[in-house]
Ligand binder design. Structure first.
Ligand code: HEM
Length: 428
């Protein structure tokens, strides 16, 4: 059977950082794909062809089958052909993973490493840190109210709060947070000239790899010092758990150690910042919704789940087929590369009634923004809890909330969200 090839505009859009920045036109392309070629090959000049997976059901089916769809074989985040070749040349065993974290691992390593910290991120344990998070939320709100009625919520508020929370849990002191924020933004959004290290557009794979290596070396340097400290002086933080963890009776090798810190330090904030800012944007646009959620007694769960669906901060992950597999009526061949496009899955008309409406009252919100299966987001309960606490602390303290200018999105194919959200507000 011949493989269905996607139209050039669709294939070009899903690999283009600017398309994720522009957002609405991208959704038109994805909606077309879901309706016409839900599982089709995207061919682009600079990338190896890959299957674009646009339907919720297919994303779920692939995610729940890590035996046949691996993370470790090819890049887990879209990388162009030159970038992959350079990364392979620059990595041990030519595996192409500049970082080896949970995300790049498969069985049996993946579970061994995941279990080292999994219990930390379960709701039961998070109760222990809830008061601490609330304190950070209160300080964040105080700081916002001090701005006197206008601020850029994305830059001044949302970018800092989840960062402070995850750094607190990890054990990184507040004075090092600006460095962590900058490094994460460079790691996730190296294509956005407003965020990358050189402040210039990245035009070649060499530039991108050089920039990433620089950022990774900085992270490794920082966490090397932290590890030495926590081995000598253990504390009640995740850094201590990671620094002293044993796998197969041995301390974690340096590469995996650095990868572990990096995934915890980075996955936990730009993502939650994006969904938090997205929630505030929708409330700023809709006074009735704002009035409802401003009430101290309102249940925020639906608002939070819908904001996560709506923003879909992690826009894709890649998988590679280990063997031939039938899925969604197509035959995927061993070695094929697949893009799980969560942005598309979260607007799937078969799963979400009126998917392009922001609706906190969805009866059963099956958003797939945290992925699914063995690699499902380790921090999902923390992300929800952080958002709930911030909304509980912030909204009752506001009398009004409006947009004060045009929001702007990050230009990135991987982690997206708002980089600017100018708002006007009155304190209650
Ligand atoms: C709204 C916020 C967040 C979103 C949308 C998000 C999304 C995701 C997604 C899509 C994955 C991959 C799932 C898969 O492959 O099936 C993932 C993995 C992961 N996330 Fe999150 N995440 C968020 C917040 C957090 C937070 C707060 C942490 C805190 C530590 C975190 C830590 C991780 C880790 C460690 C992984 C790798 C899990 C594995 O491979 O086993 N994330 N996340």
């Amino acid at each position: 059977m011949t493989k269905p090839i996607l139209p050039g505009e669709v294939a070009a859009a899903v690999v283009n950082p600017a398309a994720y920045g522009a957002w609405d036109p991208l959704h038109e392309q994805l909606a077309w794909a879901r309706a016409n070629v839900p599982l089709g090959i995207a061919e682009n000049h600079d990338h190896d062809p890959f299957w674009l997976v646009t339907r919720h059901a297919d994303i779920m089916a692939i995610s729940r089958d890590p035996q046949r769809f691996a993370n470790g074989i090819r890049p887990t985040v879209l990388t162009n052909r030159d970038g992959e070749a350079l990364a392979r040349a620059a990595t041990p065993n030519n595996d192409g993973h500049l970082i080896r974290s949970l995300v790049q691992m498969d069985a049996p390593d993946h579970m061994k490493y995941r279990l080292l910290t999994q219990s930390w991120f379960m709701p039961k344990n998070l109760k222990i840190v809830e008061e601490r998070i609330r304190q950070i939320a209160r300080e964040t709100v105080d700081h916002m109210l001090e701005t006197g009625g206008t601020c850029d919520f994305a830059r001044d508020v949302a970018a800092h709060y989840p960062l402070r929370v995850i750094m607190d849990i990890l054990g990184v002191p507040p004075e090092d947070e600006p460095r962590m924020l900058m490094l994460t933004q460079q790691l996730f959004g190296p294509t956005d000239p407003e965020l990358n290290r050189s402040r210039e557009a990245i035009t070649s794979a060499e530039q991108a790899i050089a920039m990433l290596n620089y950022v990774i070396a900085d992270f490794e340097n920082y966490f090397g010092t932290l590890t030495a400290d926590r081995r000598a002086n253990p504390r009640e933080d995740i850094a201590t758990v990671i620094a002293n963890a044993m796998v197969g009776g041995e301390q974690i090798p340096d590469r995996e150690l650095a990868g572990y810190y990096m995934i915890i330090a980075t996955a936990g904030h730009d993502t939650t910042s994006a969904s938090t800012a997205g929630a505030i944007m929708e409330l700023a646009k809709n006074p009735a919704l704002f009035e409802r959620f401003r009430s101290a007694t309102s249940d925020k769960a639906g608002l939070i789940e819908e904001a996560i669906r709506w923003t879909t901060p992690v826009q894709h992950f890649m998988r590679s087929a280990r063997q031939d597999v039938e899925i969604g009526g197509q035959t995927i061949r061993e070695g094929d590369w697949l893009m799980l496009n969560y942005v598309s899955g979260n607007r799937d008309e078969d799963v979400f009634g009126d998917p392009f409406a922001f609706d906190p009252d969805r009866e059963k919100n099956q958003q797939i923004a945290f992925g699914f299966g063995a690699h499902v987001c380790l921090g999902q309960h923390l992300a929800r809890m952080e958002m709930r606490i911030l909304m509980e602390e912030l909204l009752p303290r506001l009398k009004s909330l409006d947009l004060a200018g045009a929001p702007a999105r990050v230009e990135s194919v991987f982690v997206g969200g708002l980089k600017r959200l100018p708002i006007r507000f009155e304190a209650a």
